[in-house]
Ligand binder design. Structure first.
Ligand code: ADP
Ligand code: TRP
Length: 334
């Protein structure tokens, strides 16, 4: 069976770069697999978030965001990492197999080291926990951004080592790197990113989004001059939200000499058209944390049935018995 799995860290404001570059393609991708799992990597977030109120809020922001954008919790396993205790036991077992040298070479750890940061052990063992997330579900494909590719490769290396030691127990995962051609530009023309402080938040109210759009950098061409579409961030953003007919029409207005203020108004309008219904859904979902808990808990229950079977298999392989495991395994095997 082809199984796709990916974790999303609850790490702050979601912007339209995340929406177009990660969320929409991920929801699309889920439809291609017999089994797909999306989970909130809340325990991973602890390596960097130390504010409990903030973490709590970000977890529900994220859950409501994915559901509002169309993730179907009936067809996808949608859960919190922290609700799957088997992940943490598997992480320990994998840690006993993973060579230390492999973790010493992890980019994120090396970058923190080079920056002279105070590094907690969680930062160091981060890839082992991630390997457990992945290997627990016999994952074959892990859709991630470029920055996470090495982590998936580490998971695969650990699985191979485990299998060499204990037999053919774990499925080998492969990263699937998202289409990098889709880079959403930010307010200053660079890639939209939290780290550049140039983002348009996905759930900004219409008035705030309009204000941000008005701040997008443009050149100093006069209103009547014909304008180039390729080099215009406004146009590039417009195209991502508009229908082909709307895009063709704006292209003609550029050729005829559109004023930048009018171009920005057109962009703000088309964004609002597409995002207003999503935002309404988001707000309704976000307002009911208990309902979000129920959705995530249901996902966790379904996921745990698989997790228990894998962990029993792993335990048996290393020589640790699980009482009643064979019965549980028979149940989930079908
Ligand atoms: P940020 O750069 O704001 O910190 P993240 O690194 O958390 O964003 O990215 C989360 C996901 O969103 C990744 O899959 C990444 O590829 C995608 N993403 C982020 N910014 C953009 C962008 N400007 N265009 C397209 N995709 C993006
Ligand atoms: N480390 C990933 C990130 O920072 C999140 C993550 C945790 C993940 N576990 C995972 C991604 C398992 C894919 C598979 O974005």
């Amino acid at each position: 069976m082809k199984v796709s799995l990916t974790g999303i860290k609850p790490s702050g404001t979601v912007h339209i770069g995340n929406y177009l570059g990660a969320i929409v393609p991920a929801i699309e991708l889920a439809r291609r697999f017999e089994r797909s799992l999306y989970f909130i990597a809340d325990e991973h977030a602890l390596t960097s978030v130390e504010d409990p109120a903030k973490l709590h809020a970000q977890i529900y922001d994220l859950a409501a965001t994915w559901l509002a954008c169309g993730l179907d919790p009936e067809r996808t396993f949608f859960y919190r990492q922290s609700a799957i205790p088997e992940v943490f036991e598997l992480a320990w077992i994998l840690g006993c197999v993973a060579p230390k040298g492999l973790l010493d070479r992890a980019h994120a750890y090396k970058a923190a080291l080079a920056a002279g940061e105070a590094i907690n052990v969680g930062v160091y063992t981060y890839p082992v926990l991630m390997a457990a997330d992945i290997l627990l579900f016999d994952t074959t494909v892990v859709p991630v951004g470029k920055d996470q590719k090495q982590h998936v490769e580490i998971a695969r290396d650990v699985a191979e080592k485990f299998n060499r030691l204990y037999g053919d127990v774990l499925a080998l995962p492969e990263p699937e790197i998202g289409d990098q051609s889709m880079t959403v530009p930010g307010l200053d023309g660079r890639k939209m990113s939290k780290s550049y402080d140039n983002v348009i938040p996905l759930w900004a109210p219409a008035a705030q989004r309009r204000k941000l759009v008005m701040r997008i950098k443009t050149n100093s061409q006069a209103p009547a001059e014909p304008k180039d579409t390729e080099s215009s961030e406004i146009f590039q953003l417009y195209r991502l939200f508009a229908t082909p007919q709307q895009t063709a029409q704006l292209e003609r207005r550029y050729a005829a000499g559109i004023g930048w203020a009018d171009a920005k108004t057109a962009l703000a309008d088309v964004m609002e058209e597409r995002l207003a219904p999503l935002r309404a859904r988001y707000e309704a979902l976000r307002a009911d944390e208990a309902a979000l808990d129920r959705v995530l808990e249901q996902g966790a229950q379904r996921a745990r049935a698989i997790a228990r079977a894998t962990l029993a298999r792993v335990r048996a392989a290393v020589g640790i018995a699980t009482p009643g495991a064979s019965a549980a395994q028979r149940e989930t095997a079908t």
